[in-house]
Design a binder for this molecule. Structure first.
Ligand code: HEM
Length: 492
């Protein structure tokens, strides 16, 4: 034993007893079978067998970092959220980026939206904004989400993602045309997580001190500039360096090159919503900036790496239902479904006490509830009473709702989302296509055609339906895509 070894602490069992031999199992005689009294062996093997928790059913692959949000504009006319209450005010944050479809061990450099899940540790509790790097989404009703994701994940028979399923679903879901036009364009594969924007995507409600409310959309514009990979570059990188994005993020923070985003919001007065040309609660649509110009409200900087990826990234939980006073949901049918889905996923994936893990619990206040116990309860409430009302001085309600109530009309029913004067599934997809440069259009067509051409040879109907959506968005778009797909399928 060296002098340095003598300074090292003693290895112990989980119960803290010193370990005498961590290299050799105890056996009955030299070369004999293992003894049941070697509890260290069993403890190690049993713990190892239980190291994994279920991966996220979507967005399994991700990387996270802590940071700081700083307010740069007075938004008190629009929201009474305390963390937004004063220019210069800072709030600790935790941001987890992710891909959507791949499993936990999949490669970073793939064509997929990037999750942009941001937790603000505010003094009024944690506010989670669980968005993506795209302002829109593939569908507009939560009831379609499990079906949609099934087409992105592995086919029950082949065990792989199948072009047949992807294009069958998209072809039969024309509302996806806008998001697909975005995803197969240049921004579909960010060069790094630092070089992409984030969006709240949904419309949310802000409520001010006077009780007036507004509809808002969040934008996080990367200060590093947008940088993307081509399909060809990504294919090489995904194979040679599958962890490229998570390592880039960690290393940039390690060297003090803190990535940042300029935070903007679009604000719509509540009275505009009923007559706006697009349904403002339709997640497949943007609000064109000419209608509601984005205004800058803050800066987000990432400046601290998690020390333990499992504890702080894998076990981190974000829920669109985590609001704070002055911020609330909109009637967006996707968002409404998400308000249920996430906390339910967390209870299954991380457990009923997930909210109390260090990364998830409030950092600028404390949780005071009467809920107790369950797996891995740490006794944090001590001897405090666990019911309400009580006359022992326990926590009490404020009687002030976090957000404003919204008027509704009509009968219950499985209604389609309302359609406004300029709504169609194709109008904004066509506008986006026409915005692309000629080069970008060419890459978009090549990216789409390469994937559509993989549909089974005897399923031309799937191909035709898929192309028809793009044709309806823009005649030139459809025509070029059809020609490119026909050419590729001829060669197969
Ligand atoms: C109704 C539609 C949706 C449902 C039911 C849904 C459901 C889920 C579920 C169950 C998870 C895994 C949560 C966990 O295990 O911790 C998840 C993760 C995630 N979803 Fe959704 N999702 C929907 C739509 C969306 C949309 C529209 C966005 C973005 C605009 C989005 C962004 C994310 C992100 C960023 C994560 C990863 C969160 C993290 O980093 O832990 N999802 N989603």
């Amino acid at each position: 034993m060296t002098a340095q070894d003598e300074l090292r602490p003693t290895l112990t069992t989980e119960a803290g007893a010193p370990v005498a031999d961590n290299q050799n199992t105890e056996t009955a005689g030299i070369g004999g079978p293992a003894l049941i009294q070697d509890q260290l062996l069993f403890e190690k093997l049993a713990h190892f067998n239980r190291e994994r928790i279920p991966e996220r059913v979507v967005h399994a692959r991700g990387a996270g970092a802590y940071g700081t949000f700083t307010v740069t504009a007075d938004v008190t006319p629009y929201t009474r959220a305390t963390f937004l209450g004063e220019i210069g005010k800072q709030t600790e944050t935790f941001l987890r980026f992710s891909t959507v479809a791949g499993n936990l061990g999949s490669a970073d450099a793939v064509r997929d939206p990037r999750g942009f899940a941001l937790k603000f540790y505010t003094e009024d509790g944690n506010y989670d904004l669980v968005g993506n790097n795209t302002p829109v989404f593939f569908i507009k009703d939560a009831i379609k989400f499990p079906d949609f994701i099934h087409t992105q994940k592995r086919d029950p028979y082949t065990g792989s993602q199948e072009a047949d399923n992807v294009w069958d679903f998209w072809g039969l879901s024309p509302e996806s045309t806008h998001q697909v036009t975005w995803l197969f364009g240049d921004r579909g594969i960010p060069a790094t997580l630092r070089h992409t924007n984030g969006y709240g995507s949904h419309t949310y409600q802000w409520q001010n001190e006077a009780g007036e409310y507004f509809w808002v959309k969040y934008h996080f514009k990367t200060d590093q500039g947008i940088k993307n990979l081509t399909s060809e570059e990504a294919a090489v990188l995904a194979g040679t360096d599958p962890d490229s994005h998570q390592r880039d993020l960690r290393e940039s923070i390690e060297r003090g090159d803190f990535p940042s985003w300029t935070v903007q919001v679009q604000i719509m007065p509540a009275a505009d919503a009923a007559t706006y040309r697009f349904n403002p609660f339709d997640l497949t649509k943007v609000w064109p900036h000419a209608d509601y110009p984005p205004i800058e409200i803050g800066k987000l900087e990432l400046n601290r790496n998690p020390e333990n990826v499992f504890a702080e990234v894998e076990q981190s939980i974000f829920s669109p239902s985590h609001f704070v006073p002055g911020i609330g949901p909109s009637p967006d049918k996707m968002l409404q479904g998400r308000l249920f889905a996430y906390a339910d996923a967390h209870r299954y994936r991380v457990g009923i006490n997930a909210d109390h893990l260090p990364v998830n619990r409030p950092h600028a206040t404390e949780a005071r509830t009467n809920s107790r116990d369950g797996y891995l309860y740490d006794g944090r409430h001590g001897k405090a009473k666990n019911y309400e009302p009580n006359s022992f001085g326990g926590p009490v309600q404020t009687s002030r709702p976090l957000w404003s109530s919204v008027p509704v009309t009509g009968a219950t029913g499985t209604h389609e989302a309302p359609s406004h004067s300029e709504d169609s599934d194709f109008v904004q997809a066509g506008n986006l296509y026409r915005l692309y440069s000629e080069d970008e259009k060419a890459r978009l067509i090549a990216n789409l055609a390469g994937f559509i051409a993989k549909v089974s040879a005897d399923r031309d109907d799937i191909v035709e339906r898929a192309i028809d959506n793009f044709r309806q968005a823009d005649a030139d778009y459809g025509q070029r895509l059809e020609a490119a797909v026909r050419e590729l399928r001829k060669q197969q």
